[in-house]
Design a protein around this ligand. Sequence first.
Ligand code: ADP
Ligand code: GLC
Length: 484
Amino acid sequence: MTLKILAVVSEIYPLVKTGGLADVAGALPGALVPEDVAVTTLVPGYPAVLAALKKPQVVHTFAGLFGHDARLLKANVSGLDLLVLDAPHLFNRPGNPYVDADGKDWIDNPLRFAALSRVAAEIGQGLVPALTPDVIHAHDWQTGLTAAYLRYSGRPAVPTVMTVHNMAFQGQYGRDLLPALGLPARAYAIDGVEYYGTIGFLKAGLQLSDRITTVSPTYATEIRTAEGGMGLDGLLRSRGNAVSGILNGIDTGVWNPATDARIAAPFELSRLAGRAANKKALQQRLGLDVDPNALIFGVVSRLSWQKGLDLLLERLPALLAAGGQLALLGSGEMSLANGFAGATTLHKGRVGMVNGYDEGLAHLIQAGSDVILVPSRFEPCGLTQLCALRYGALPLVARVGGLADTVIDANEVALAAGVGTGVQFSPVSGDALEAAIWRTADLWRDRPTWKKLQKNAMKTDVSWTRPAAAYARLYRELVAGRAG
Ligand code: ADP
Ligand code: GLC
């Protein structure tokens, strides 16, 4: 029997994206089709989403949803079945979905995402009978209240899965908001939405969902510790085996070096020669010296503390001394952007950077770099190292979270067994990063070994096939559990 899932999420590729969350939301539905799982995704009606809808069908009208009328629209866009919450008072704001033009969180974010969660819960309770799902799958803090609305409605509810993509974002707001959110006073309890004297959106989701997943097995372990749990480790430990890790994949249609229209020349394992043209194009694009023998370290990243790029900035002299070039695409914190911008002037031809968000350049960096660097302090899964594997750029990663789970370090044992796919370092420190850069440069000098590692990398299965099967199993277990 086809299982019907309602996914609820605050961003989705290709319509609106600030990071890997959107990639996951955009790719998982297609990957679940062979598992006989049909996903409909509820998303906010941001301008970019509404603009993409062709002939949407109005399936419900809300009289006064948190202050104003709103509509629920149904449409198919880029192969995705969408339900769009058209609530202009909450979502008719261009640009980044979470922050205003000055980079400040929209003040009404709790209400905006509570509205999304509330509508998800109502759909789960038969708001539009033809669309009632078997399971609701909520992603990240923005949708954490879904399980709370279901729990405190007093009506029968479908089972819920909550997936955490990043424990650093928890959605914590003042307790005085409780009535405005439409939650009863009894919800403000330790086994409800209360979180250290505030309302915790993610906390509520983790407390009240039937199952919790995160995006890699190692991160599932890390978030049960004081360091990784960021205040929620106790709760996660108390949920026992309701918590599990399912690794992300990438959309191997979007990320396919053999057909990628965004790169300079297509290539694949059997015709790797095309990589050279991409390397040259990348060097030209970023003002790097055109040199086929330079070892290009590429970075495609948000610029934030999480990503550990301050360590890279600090160890840039070592990277350059090792014969490296740096090709960096990033957006985020000004201090990091300024630091790298300074390095481009100081090391002309050796350090290139674009400060901004650029899908096309992200693909070219994957295709033209020899190494993709991901020195994250923590990384729930990470997607750029998966793209790197597929594009034959060896990932050099911190041994944390999903990075630990997806890259096989080319240490002596792995080299002897012929199974390495990249380089890992630990602990996450400047010294360890520097040592890993030197180790990578040694491997680069040994071209036959490098080619073997590159081949292993490109053969790695980074698709959604295995993860999708794991999600399908989880959904079916939940439905069977309810039926029994
Ligand atoms: P996170 O979600 O923590 O930012 P992930 O590695 O899971 O990290 O996902 C990041 C996604 O965003 C990848 O698809 C990556 O290619 C993309 N990305 C990150 N920064 C940029 C940028 N500046 N320009 C274009 N794409 C970017
Ligand atoms: C978050 C995490 C990242 C993960 C992504 C998708 O943004 O920081 O590690 O890959 O979500 O799950």
